[in-house]
Design a protein around this ligand. Structure first.
Ligand code: PEP
Ligand code: MN
Length: 337
């Protein structure tokens, strides 16, 4: 339920609406806007009777919100959310007019490796460096990441290059540490329905990049984002990274239909990861271009200077020259980076 107030509503009228919501044991979520102020009703168990609010001074309209996800939905929040990192000259806005590039290796392997790749992707136009310090691997015998040492390397990358950092928090226990070091907390596909972790990310003071579960419906995906937002963190990005299908010509299938659907349903920035969708280098550039053409807000791409020696996801990692080629191709599409 969304209670829309008259333009230039008096603070006392707004307070009265909030009080009436809270008296029912529900949560009131004021949504200020240029055109109008509205108040969302959250945590109601059953339907809400509009008549409860229509008689209050300052109330213009009461609109039912039909979606199970409220905070994530455009019904509650029509305008696009913009997530801003940094200030002044070193500022990046995700969800505004430019396509933001996040690039780097699957995993942080050493300081030299991370710095070499970071310089290359920065040179090409990336604004964020990606790289896992904690890796969720299918095999317990595969490289699991450098842990805290990896986070320290990421901090060093930021210091030396000015790139912002996005890295994954694989579980509740490491979230404090990841939050301390990173600029954006990544929640991976395997954790999209780890509700305890989602709630923890919702309490973080940093933006969250939520990857869609490889088996998740859109409702499940958007409800996972709702978990984060319901804890008070409004800085959430929705990342399509490919879903499991029957195909064998790629690791996953980039669900391109999900892109316009997400853009329509939600005000949150949309990020696309063509690397994990493809699983193979030769498909990454075409998928990235397709996503860019659909007006997404950011791309997250795996890049490695020596992919044949990479400890994780080498076959899908672009060489720096290929990343550069991708960036030029997108610029040729008249898309601002
Ligand atoms: C990654 O970004 O390296 C990663 C593990 O991604 P996903 O969770 O999408 O598999
Ligand atoms: Mn990877």
């Amino acid at each position: 339920m969304l209670i829309v107030m008259h333009k230039e509503v008096a603070a006392t009228d707004l307070d009265a609406v909030i009080r009436r919501i809270e008296d029912q044991g529900w949560e009131a979520k004021p949504i200020p806007g240029g055109e109008r102020t509205a108040v969302g009703v959250l945590r109601n168990k059953g339907p809400v009777d509009p008549a409860m609010f229509l008689d209050l001074p300052g109330v213009r309209d009461v609109i039912p919100v039909s979606k199970p996800y409220k905070l994530v939905s455009r019904e509650m929040h029509a305008k696009d959310t913009v997530i801003t990192l940094g200030t002044g000259d070193n500022k990046v806005c995700i969800g505004a007019d430019k396509l933001v590039l996040m690039a780097g290796p699957c995993a942080v392997e050493s300081e030299n490796q991370a710095l070499e790749i970071a310089h290359a992707v920065k040179e090409a136009g990336a604004k964020l460096f990606r790289g896992g310090a904690f890796k969720p691997r299918s095999s317990p015998y595969s490289f699991q990441g450098l842990g805290k040492k990896g986070l320290e390397i990421l901090a060093r990358v930021r210091e030396e290059t000015g790139l912002f950092i996005v890295t994954e928090a694989t579980d509740h226990e490491v979230c404090d540490l990841v939050e301390e070091y990173t600029d954006i907390i990544q929640i991976g596909t395997r954790n999209m329905q780890n509700y305890r972790l989602l709630r923890r990310a919702g309490q973080a003071g940093k933006p969250v990049l939520l990857k869609r579960g490889m088996w998740a419906t859109m409702d499940e995906f958007l409800m996972a984002a709702e978990y984060i937002m319901s804890e008070g963190n409004e800085q959430v990005m929705l990342c399509e990274r490919g879903i499991r299908t029957f195909t064998r010509h790629s690791r996953n299938t980039l669900d391109v239909n999900a892109i316009p659907y997400t853009q329509k349903e939600s005000h949150l920035p949309v990020v696309v990861d063509p690397s994990h969708a493809a699983g193979r280098r030769d498909q990454v550039i075409p998928l990235a271009r397709a996503a860019a053409a659909m007006g997404i807000d950011a791309l997250i791409i795996e890049v490695h200077t020596h992919p044949e020696k990479a400890l994780s996801d080498g076959p899908q990692s672009l060489y720096p020259e290929q990343f550069q080629e991708l960036v030029s191709g997108i610029r040729d599409m008249n898309i601002n980076i």
